[in-house]
Design a binder for this molecule. Structure first.
Ligand SMILES: [Zn+2]
Length: 258
């Protein structure tokens, strides 16, 4: 009934127990999981991982905080991996001005290239944004191409105005387990965005192994915990978790073609 649209199951601490993690996910009602890459190297790992497990789909791409070993040939590599069966998106890509030092020009250049790869391949993108909303929105607008660029803003961290614009452009947004934490300024903004966003533009995600929902805060996150995030979002929408699960799974299937 749920699709976890964002789980880094390839990370060493998670992949070592992958059999149990997937069994618990299935028991919790998770029907499919998307595993995003962060480098060319992990893109190759993910291609292999998703061939082994029926419920897994993969994304290939280069994350903005992982540009240390970047080589131009990696972009060609990503584009050829994108054609492989069960690779359903280009991601996780985006901008990150939180971790210093960062090179915003380089991040923007590589993001633009990956947006173009996604459009050439007809695949959606999975977008990461940390402290970079203005530059990101500017780039999304300039590469939008009348809707050729489509995808998901994962772990949404911009404001209501940007959320409205994303939705108007046909993008999907998702929140991680931190929406279940004790109300503070940023959760309150998130509540408002969830309330204003039609369920037809929401996706569910865990961002495993990060940001577990209550009551697992402080532990390693995993896809089976997505039902706690779903329960909170369903409450904010005034619908049942089952209904939210049904709609968001349909959204994920239609966006990612899975
Ligand atoms: Zn992620």
């Amino acid at each position: 009934m749920y699709i976890d649209s964002h789980a880094h199951l390839n990370y060493p601490d998670v992949v070592k127990n992958i059999g149990e993690v997937l069994q618990r996910a299935e028991d919790a009602g998770v029907e499919a999981i998307i595993v995003p890459a962060t480098t060319y190297r992990t893109s190759l790992d993910i291609v292999e991982l998703v061939q082994k497990h029926k419920m897994l789909y993969g994304a290939v791409g280069i994350h903005p905080t992982e540009l240390k070993d970047f080589e131009v040939s990696h972009l060609e590599g990503i584009e050829s991996l994108a054609a492989i069966d069960k690779i359903c998106a280009i991601g996780e890509i985006g901008l990150d001005y939180y971790w210093e030092p960062y090179d915003s020009e380089l991040q923007i250049r590589i993001l633009r290239e990956q947006f173009r790869i996604a459009k050439r391949c007809g695949l959606p993108v999975i977008i990461h944004n940390r402290n970079s909303t203005n530059d990101l929105m500017e780039l999304v607008r300039s590469e939008y191409d009348g809707g050729l660029l489509k995808g998901q803003f994962h772990s949404f961290s911009a404001g209501q105005e940007e959320a409205n614009e994303c939705i108007k452009m046909g993008f999907y947004i998702s929140f991680t387990g931190n929406i279940t934490y004790k109300p503070n300024d940023s959760t309150r903004i998130a509540y408002g965005i969830v309330e204003q966003t039609p369920a037809e533009h929401l996706l569910l995600e865990t961002d495993t192994p990060y940001l577990p929902p209550m009551p697992y805060r402080g532990k390693q996150n995993e896809p089976s915990y997505v039902n706690h995030t779903a329960a909170k979002i369903a409450e904010l929408k005034g619908i049942t978790p089952e209904e939210l699960g049904r709609i968001t799974s349909e959204n994920a299937r239609s966006l990612y073609g899975i």
